[in-house]
Each structure stands twice: as structure tokens, then as C-alpha cells.
Ligand binder design. Structure first.
Ligand code: FE
Length: 620
């Protein structure tokens, strides 16, 4: 759709003149295709073309025959989808999967898999009832499912889950009708961090030399949109990436957000525009630091403003001065407001549930700029949608090298160990340190000693990184959040007790780190340590919530921030808090990661505006 109201003339179907047969159906009130805007048939609708090294094919039967032959033979294909190009191959063929991995430079994330039908899903995965419902919904998201039986090893990259989905385009059905294959890798067609390709010429130029086939069709993709990703925890669907099928369905709020533009965060960006009491969240945009992604961001923003006829009057952004989304708001020339990152996380969840009262917000994530200039990410905030008070937080620990620490979890492990053992950590005989160049270790220790480029961080995400590295699971991060994901996926079943932490005004984990070192030295299995660490995090949340209730009488707890993508943490924190009689609120409609933050930003701005507190100040 390029304009509203929704009429064929204002869609990408406009260039396709209906044939007499389709037109008569379109105009017949009694026909089920009456006024159906995308009506078309094989004669008058979009046409497919398949490019192979031998030439091009236009006949659909010939295309299906050639394409299934290529895929069955272990070849790779770029396939034009609804919101962009995708790369496909047989998900059971290790060599084919490796070809796709090589094609997507530096990409080491697990790949999504398109299954032919529910039987095929069940052949490889073990979906629960709500998961089966989620995967079969018309929105056709990628659903993270537990999987014992592996496809090719390069699909899941050692994780015990598969991102599974069912066909969502007529072409997918036609393809599976013609092949014995029942599981295809279907991953976004882009090179490393760039946005998914939507332009036909660019796709042909990029993929023709790299793939065995490129399948395209002559209908333009107006809106770039990735597949959505969800998981099911405690019987409810949790969005990890909100895109195709979910966007642009508005989120209804109890406040007037008209004319407000929330510019989101940086790494996992989504923005939000306000119309009346409706918040329109954008599709997943990605990492704004990439130039192509930033262009996608500004184009999508223009499109949303145009499509929903928004008159921008206020901008709201994060406080981080280096975020491109902050710079975007600053340059707009409109009145501009900045809100604290974790307050926005908590309020985004409050917005979903229409909460206006004081809550205890537990915001656990990687990094976000705090009011004191430090990096926050392990925060207990007593919040309402207008303001907050920092009730407690995890202790500050230096992040050696800033962003370099995010990419190298071993640096965070050294930072935590240094607090206890000083420069003597190299004598601890920890196996994970043997994998790191000693000169690099020396350098990081010197950085910490001298306080050079070591911003203080209270980040729980970085603590997960540190523990994952100490356990030898991930010392360098191949993709965003790999270290915490590896840590979660190795959790062993069993009845263990949490580690000890000191909970005062802040949370001090030194004792836990000592106990982990002791366990490592005693060759305790990583899965057991991972479980005890997760249990510890749950008990910190439990303790803090009880403390906040005793001191302030608050009985509502809101869980937000990217760390709650961790299924164990999410499930057990909710469960434990409910056991204590707390009312617990978690995300349903937007992701708990930074992709949901714009919803919090827009509501904070709206409440401030309504209360007359507006004045270009900050969110507290
Ligand atoms: Fe965040």
C-alpha cells in the first residue's frame, strides 16, 4: 500500500490491469472476490522469472521444475518474498547451508527454517500447544521451537532451538507441492548487517553471481519488511522482532499521542508515530549505524508520516548523545524531548497494559545511557509513565574498551574477576583465559588499572556475557547476544541452590564470581553453573521486589529489557514473583528488547505534554 484508503490503484497492484474474468468477479457483489484489491490470475497478475546460469525461465511449471531441481541438488537460490529477497536451500544439506553462510558475510546467527506443513514441523521440532497455534497463525511468524533432532548443523549453530515457520506465500505452497524436501533454510537476503534487499536489479546483481538461481517477479516491493520472530513463554506469545503480519497494526493507548514521533534506540531500532490515541510502531529497522539501514529508517519514517497523515509536532528520543536516532530528533527542528533508556523500557510494557500507577520496573539489558553518565542495564526503577526513581541497581563494573567489551565477552569476565583477584587472575588457572592471547589480557588489565576507556556499567547483559565467557561458552561474540544465548542454552536440569550475592543499596555479585571460580576449578559441569547463575538472577529480582513492596507498598512488577528474551529468566522470574502475590506484567505486543522502546518513549512524551510539564527537559 502506498496511500490510504486501501484501493488497488494505491497499491503495487496498480500496474496490473485486470482481465475481463477477474474484473467481473471484482465487480460482482455476490462473488467472494468482490472488491478484493489484489484480485489477479495467471493471465493478468504478476509474473515470475527464474534466472539460472543457463538463462532465464518465465513459465511457472518450468520455473518450479528447475528450482526444485536446484534445491534438491544442494544448490542455493535467492527468492523474492513479500517484504524482500530471501536466501533458500535444503535445510538438511550441510554443504548447501554452508554455502549460504559463506554468502552472508560474517553471519553466524542461526537460520530460520520454512517447513512444508505442520507434520514437517513436528518431524524436526517439539512444539507445545500454544507454539503450534502461534506458528499456524495467519501472521506466520518465525517461532522459536525446541528441537532435539537437528537439521544440518549450520542451521542452528549449536543451539537446541529452531526458528520455524510455515509457508506464507502462494509460491511457497507451489514449491513444496513439487518437491520431496520438507524443510528449507529461508533467511533474509542481505550481506551481513545490511537491510534485506527489495530492489530487483540490486538483487539480481548481488545474488546472480553468488547463487545457483534467482527467483523474481514483476510486482514492486513498496515496504521492506522482515519476517517477525516470536517465542512462547508461560503460554503467551512474546515478540522478539515485530515486522511482517504485525506491523502496522496500531497499539491503542490511554493517552493522546497525536503528532508525537518517537525515534527509538540504536542497535535494534523501531520508531513509533502517534495518531490520536494510537501508536504505530514501525517494522524492525535494524542497526542504525549501518548507512543503508539509516536510509531505510528515514524513508520508513517519511512513509509512516505520509501514510497515516501525521502532523509531526514533537520528537522524543533516547538520552544517548551518540545514537543516530537522537541526532535525527535533534535535527528535526521540532520541539524535542529526551527520555532515559530504561525508563522507556518499563513504560513500553506499562503502555501495553494501560498501567498508570507506580510500579517496580525491572529493566535488564545490555547497555543504555544513565542519568549519571554511566552505562545502565541492571535497574530497579520505581516508575510511573511520567517519572521514575532509581530504587536499586547492579554494582558498576568497568567495561574495558566500551563497545569492544560487548564484542569480546572475555573482557567482561576479566573485569569481574579483577574486582576480586586484582592482577592475580592470570594465576587462577581458568581454562577460558588460555583461549585469549596473554598480551590482550595484559592490555585489558592495564586499562582497568588505569581506568582508561573503561566506562562504568551496571549492565546485567554484560554480567551474562562475563559468566558465559568464564564458563568457556563464548569468549568472542559472533552476533548480538550470542554469549547470553549460549549460557541459557546449556542450562542443565537439577536441583541446585543459587549462588550468593549481596543485596544492599546495590547488587554486588563478587561472592557469586568467587563461587563460580571455585566451581570451575573443581570441574563442575558448565550446565550446572549456568543453572545456578540463572537461579541467582531470579532470586535477585525476587528479593528486590519484596524489598520494594516492604518499603513502598508497591505490588506491581514490570519486567522489560532485552535480557528478558532469556526464556529461563522470563519464565522463572514471573513464576516466582506470582508465588509471592505480585502482579507481574511482561511484554505481549512489542518486543522487550530495544525494538519496543519507542512505545515507551511516545507514552512518556504524551504524559509529560498532557501534564504541562513540557519544557525540553529530561524524563525525570
Ligand atoms: Fe535496552
Amino acid at each position: 500500500i502506498n496511500e490510504l484508503p486501501y484501493d488497488r490503484a494505491r497499491t503495487t497492484m496498480a500496474p496490473f490491469e485486470m482481465c475481463p474474468a477477474c474484473r467481473s468477479e471484482y465487480e460482482d457483489v455476490l462473488d467472494r472476490r468482490f472488491h478484493a484489491q489484489p484480485v489477479a490470475c495467471n493471465d493478468c497478475g504478476p509474473q515470475y522469472t527464474l534466472y539460472t546460469p543457463e538463462g532465464s525461465l518465465e513459465n511457472l511449471d518450468a520455473i518450479l521444475l528447475a528450482l526444485t531441481g536446484i534445491l534438491e541438488g544442494g544448490g542455493t537460490a535467492a527468492i523474492k518474498g513479500m517484504g524482500g529477497y530471501f536466501l533458500a536451500c535444503d535445510a538438511t544439506n550441510a554443504i548447501a547451508v554452508e554455502k549460504i553462510r559463506a554468502l552472508k558475510i560474517r553471519e553466524s546467527k542461526p537460520f530460520a527454517v520454512l517447513f512444508s506443513n505442520m507434520d514437517a514441523v513436528k518431524k524436526y521440532c517439539d512444539p507445545g500447544l500454544s507454539e503450534a497455534e502461534a506458528i499456524a497463525s495467519w501472521k506466520r511468524p518465525i517461532v522459536l521451537l525446541a528441537s532435539e533432532k537437528s537439521l544440518a548443523p549450520g542451521v542452528s549453530m549449536g543451539f537446541p532451538t529452531i526458528g520455524a515457520m510455515l509457508p506464507y506465500m502462494p509460491f511457497h505452497y507451489l514449491l513444496f507441492e513439487k518437491t520431496y524436501l520438507d524443510a528449507l533454510v529461508l533467511t533474509s537476503g542481505n550481506l551481513s548487517d545490511e537491510p534485506i534487499i527489495i530492489d530487483d536489479d540490486q538483487a539480481i546483481e548481488t545474488f546472480r553471481p553468488r547463487c545457483d538461481a534467482v527467483l523474481t517477479y514483476n510486482r514492486k516491493i513498496e515496504n521492506r519488511v522482515d519476517d517477525s520472530v516470536t517465542m512462547v513463554v508461560n503460554g503467551t506469545e512474546r515478540l522478539l522482532r515485530r515486522s511482517r503480519g504485525y506491523v502496522p497494526t496500531p497499539i491503542y493507548l490511554n493517552s493522546d499521542v497525536d503528532g508525537i514521533i518517537a525515534t527509538g534506540a540504536e542497535l535494534v531500532n523501531c520508531f513509533c508515530v502517534g495518531k490520536g490515541q494510537q501508536a504505530f510502531m514501525s517494522q524492525h529497522i535494524g542497526d542504525l549505524k549501518n548507512l543503508e539501514t539509516y536510509e531505510f529508517y528515514t524513508e520508513s519514517m517519511d512513509r509512516f508520516i505520509h501514510l497515516f497523515r501525521i502532523e509531526p509536532r514533537l520528537m522524543v528520543s533516547d538520552m544517548h548523545p551518540d545514537y543516530l536516532s537522537t541526532a535525527f530528533a535533534k535535527q528535526s527542528g521540532l520541539e524535542w524531548y529526551q527520555v532515559q533508556h530504561h525508563h522507556a523500557h518499563i513504560v513500553s510494557c506499562m503502555a501495553e497494559h494501560g498501567l498508570d500507577e507506580l510500579v517496580l520496573g525491572v529493566a535488564f539489558d545490555g547497555v543504555g545511557m544513565g542519568d549519571d553518565g554511566a552505562i545502565w542495564g541492571g535497574e530497579f526503577l520505581i516508575s510511573n509513565p511520567v517519572s521514575y526513581q532509581r530504587f536499586a541497581h547492579f554494582d558498576y563494573v568497568p567495561m574495558p574498551g566500551g563497545d569492544a567489551a560487548t564484542l569480546n565477552p572475555w573482557r567482561m569476565a576479566v573485569a569481574y574477576l579483577y574486582r576480586i583477584y586484582g592482577a592475580g587472575i592470570q594465576d587462577l588457572d581458568l581454562p577460558f583465559l588460555k583461549a585469549v592471547d596473554p598480551s590482550h589480557q595484559e592490555m585489558v588489565i592495564r586499562m582497568i588499572e588505569k581506568g582508561i576507556n573503561c566506562p562504568p556499567a551496571s549492565s546485567v547483559g554484560r554480567l551474562f556475557d562475563a559468566v558465559s565467557a568464564m564458563l568457556g561458552l563464548c569468549h568472542e561474540s559472533g552476533f548480538h547476544a550470542e554469549a547470553p544465548m549460549r549460557l541459557e542454552s546449556c542450562i542443565e536440569r537439577g536441583d541446585w541452590v543459587p549462588y550468593e550475592v549481596h543485596i544492599g543499596r546495590s547488587v554486588n555479585v563478587d561472592r557469586m564470581v568467587e563461587q563460580i571460580v571455585h566451581d570451575i576449578q573443581n570441574r563442575v559441569p558448565a550446565g550446572r553453573m549456568a543453572r545456578r547463575f540463572h537461579q541467582t538472577m531470579v532470586s535477585v529480582i525476587e528479593n528486590m521486589a519484596c524489598k520494594a513492596r516492604d518499603m513502598h507498598g508497591i505490588n506491581k512488577v514490570v519486567l522489560s529489557g532485552g535480557s528478558f528474551q532469556n526464556r529461563y529468566l522470563s519464565y522463572h522470574a514471573e513464576d516466582r514473583l506470582k508465588g509471592h502475590g505480585f502482579e507481574v506484567y511482561t511484554h505481549r505486543k512489542v518486543p522487550c528488547n530495544d525494538g519496543g522502546i519507542a512505545l515507551g518513549q511516545i507514552l512518556i512524551a504524551a504524559k509529560k505534554r498532557a501534564s504541562g510539564e513540557w519544557g525540553g527537559g529530561r524524563s525525570q
